[in-house]
Every structure is written in structure tokens, then in C-alpha cells.
Design a protein. Structure first.
Length: 438
């Protein structure tokens, strides 16, 4: 899922047990049709520095699709603060687009409603086959054992971005490999009057992404093997506390970042106010804010010890955007053609270059544009040390409840209140109580 957004908050506890009716303007029988073969509606997520930037990126490609197929695509770029609620509302109200972007971590939630077209072998064959896509991207397309609810469109991973000048001024020769090294470097950076590490403490989904990684590094999962929430086990509590302690105890995250939820930490980094940033595929965003790529370096996100890898060495969630089709679309053939177009090699190169993301299509990923030193870190992370967030039906509620718990803990830390094992466990227990019954 893309982080260039505000937190997806609000009424995400809409009932996901209800099946969709007439989504995308389709038939009430739920089978889809081709009653409106000349038009499509498309909800795109906000990937660029602004909605206007996205329109400038996407509209020429949609015009190209219309020229090739005769199908006009009506585009709406939806802010991240609204997208999840609008998707979940559409799955139950019948008022939705034909094609839409889904943050890949959400895939299993709308999938559970039955509203989305399942990408079985027959449907994958229409767009060139499942084998075109890299395994890590396919791992975040829906619940295990079911046909994917969506097709990968953009792939991203977290990396550590660091300001070369601030590091040099503080006498730091290389980026930190472990969290202990990052904290030690932070003392040197603080002594030079700079902030150390940016965070979006008010952004519930950003919080989830980071505490998920810390949990993996502690050898813990937020859900049991049968899909039940397990937010209060000791390892999860320790993982969440370690992340919040970066502000509360270690003083590397500024207290003001507890209120950040609109990419302010990216702007702080771009303006040279802070030394480090943990972000997904940030190059395009930094460039748009005037930061030269020679001003910063990119390194893997730190681990507890050793080097990134699988298991407790995971250092990123599998981030990205998927492309889904409402099953009741009134232009089923056109929607399928549109997915094929957007995941074609040519379009994958154009779109992922524009957003500094990585193509999930294998053949496009091998293009020279995606073999830069910066992309090498992201590609290697996706291939060797990233893990998918839980692909469970209640994933969207998980993001909201646990992400809010972390937000509350950051607020406590910013206010100078003690962050203890008991206080962390209490917040996580409240989050678990808000989850739907298994």
C-alpha cells in the first residue's frame, strides 16, 4: 500500500459479511454484463505528490487506451483518507466504479464480501497469465487458498532514506544496519541540531506497516494460524513498545511527529530538516519537492541484528497497489481489457517510472529504468526480506484498531506520559476488543 496519503480512517467496521449488489452499475444478479461497452469508471489511488499530478500521469494513458479500444475511461483520483471507506461502502451499496485501485494490504477485506471479480486461471489467461507477475506481489492479492481478488499494479517496499550531508556533518560514515546503530547515530545527529528520524505518528496505516515489521523481527504475528487476533501476546507488546520508544525513550523521532498524518515527515526530509526517513519508494515524492537524488542515500531498513532476510530478519511489508474489477460491472470485457492494458509491459514501465515504484510484472521489472542503485535496494527487499501483511477478512479493521492504538501511544509519548509494557498492552487489548468476532 502506498504511504503517500493520509491515514485511511473512519467507518471501516462496515459489515463485510454483506455481498455486493449491482456494484459498478452492474446487474442485480451479480454476474456482470457488457451492457455499457463504450465506457468504464476508474477509481485510482493518489500515488503522486497531489491529485493533480496523478491526473497528469494517468490521463494520457487513458486516452491511449481509448484510442486503442474505443472505450472511454472516466477517471477519479481518490484521496487515501477516503479510499477504503468508499470501497467498503461500494461493496454493500452497489454504487461503485468498474475498476479500482486497492491498497494491497486490504485485498482480503473486500474479497470477503464477494463483490470483486476473482482472478481465476481463466481470467488471468485473458491478461497474459498469472506467471507474468512476481510471487511477492501475488502474495498480497487476497486470502490464501482463494483466487486473487485483484491483480498487482505497482510494487513498493520500505527503505531507509538518509541525508548524506547531515551524516557527514555528524561524522557518520555509513547508514545504520541495526536499530541500536540508528539510536547511536541519532545522538550524534541531535548534537548537531538536526532531527533524526521522521514518522507519521497520526497515520494509522503507516503505524501498522512499521509495527508489523517490528513484530516480525520479534518473531510474532498479529493473528493466530486460524485467523484470530492475538494483539496482546508478549512479543507483539514488545514490538509495539520498541517502535513507540523511538520517540518516548530513544528520542530519535521528534515529538511533533506524533501529529503527522499527511506526509509531513517526507517534506521535513526533503527540506533537510531531518537526517533519516523510513518510506515506501520515496524518490518521486522527494524529487517533486526539490530534493536532488544526489543529496540522499537509500539503504535497507534496520533489523535487530545481522542482515535483512526472512523470519525475524524481515524489514518491510510487501507494499503496493492492486487493480480490482467489481464483479457486477456493466462492461466486463472492457474492464478486463483495461487491466490487461495497465499491466502490459509498456504501461508498467511508464506508470512505475512516474511513481518511482517497481513493476510487479517480471518482464517490465527487468527494464533498465528499474535497475538503478535506488531501485536495487527496493527490488532486493521485495525479493528477499519483505513479508505480506495478514491476508484475512478483518485486515482493514486490524489496520484501524491497532494503528489507532499506536497513534494513541505516540500521543502519550509526545505529552511526556510514560510508555510502559502495561500501557502498551492496555491499548492493544482495547484494539483487540474492537475486532469482529471470528
Amino acid at each position: 500500500m502506498r504511504s503517500i496519503r493520509a491515514a485511511a480512517v473512519g467507518a471501516v467496521t462496515l459489515s463485510l459479511a454483506l455481498a455486493a449488489t449491482a456494484c459498478g452499475g452492474g446487474s442485480s444478479t451479480g454476474g456482470g454484463s457488457n451492457d455499457s461497452p463504450k465506457t468504464l469508471t476508474y477509481w485510482a489511488s493518489n500515488q503522486g505528490a497531489s491529485i493533480e499530478v496523478d491526473k497528469k500521469v494517468l490521463q494520457p494513458e487513458l486516452d491511449k487506451f481509448q484510442k486503442q479500444t474505443g472505450i472511454k475511461v472516466k477517471l477519479e483520483v481518490v484521496p487515501w483518507s477516503d479510499l477504503l471507506n468508499r470501497i467498503l461502502t461500494a461493496t454493500t451499496s452497489g454504487q461503485g466504479p468498474d475498476v479500482l485501485n486497492i491498497g494491497n494490504t486490504w485485498s482480503a477485506s473486500p474479497q470477503a464480501t464477494g463483490a470483486l471479480l476473482p482472478w481465476d486461471a481463466k481470467n488471468f489467461a485473458k491478461i497474459g497469465g498469472r506467471d507474468r507477475f512476481v510471487d511477492s506481489a501475488l502474495g498480497s492479492t487476497g486470502a490464501e487458498g482463494k483466487d486473487p481478488a485483484a491483480v498487482p499494479l505497482y510494487s513498493m517496499a520500505y527503505a531507509l532514506y538518509y541525508n548524506k550531508k547531515i551524516f557527514a556533518d555528524a561524522g557518520i560514515a555509513k547508514p545504520p544496519v541495526t536499530w541500536d546503530e540508528l539510536i547511536a547515530d541519532g545522538k550524534k545527529i541531535s548534537a548537531k541540531g538536526k532531527s533524526v528520524l521522521g514518522a507519521e505518528g497520526g497515520n494509522v496505516s503507516e503505524n501498522i506497516h512499521h509495527v508489523f515489521v517490528f513484530a516480525q523481527q520479534h518473531g510474532a504475528d498479529f493473528f493466530t494460524s486460524d485467523g484470530k487476533p492475538d494483539f496482546t501476546n508478549d512479543k507483539i507488546v514488545a514490538a509495539v513498545q520498541q517502535y513507540v520508544d523511538l520517540m518516548a525513550k530513544d528520542k530519535v523521532i521528534p515529538t511533533g511527529d506524533a501529529e503527522y498524518a499527511q506526509n509531513q515527515s517526507v517534506s521535513d526530509f526533503a527540506k533537510g530538516k531531518q537526517a533519516m526517513l523510513l518510506w515506501q519508494s520515496a524518490t518521486a515524492n522527494l524529487t517533486s519537492q526539490g530534493m536532488s537524488d544526489s543529496d540522499y542515500g537509500i539503504a535497507p531498513v534496520p533489523v535487530q541484528s545481522g542482515t535483512p532476510g526472512t523470519g525475524t530478519q524481515v524489514n518491510s511489508m510487501v507494499a503496493g497497489i492492486n487493480l480490482a474489477v467489481f464483479k457486477n460491472t456493466r462492461n466486463l470485457d472492457g474492464a478486463t481489457k483495461f487491466v490487461k492494458f495497465m499491466t502490459s509491459d509498456d504501461e508498467q514501465k511508464i506508470l512505475n517510472t512516474a511513481y518511482s515504484s517497481i513493476p510487479p510484472v517480471k518482464t517490465a521489472q527487468g527494464a533498465a529504468a528499474f535497475n538503478t542503485p535506488a531501485n536495487a535496494v527496493l527490488k532486493n527487499t521485495l525479493a528477499t526480506s519483505a513479508a505480506a501483511l495478514p491476508q484475512v477478512a478483518s485486515e482493514s479493521q486490524f489496520e484501524t484498531t491497532v494503528g489507532t492504538a499506536v497513534k494513541n501511544l505516540f500521543a502519550d509519548a509526545a505529552a511526556g506520559r510514560a510508555i510502559t509494557t502495561d500501557s502498551v498492552k492496555a491499548e492493544l487489548e482495547k484494539a483487540q476488543q474492537q475486532m469482529p468476532a471470528a
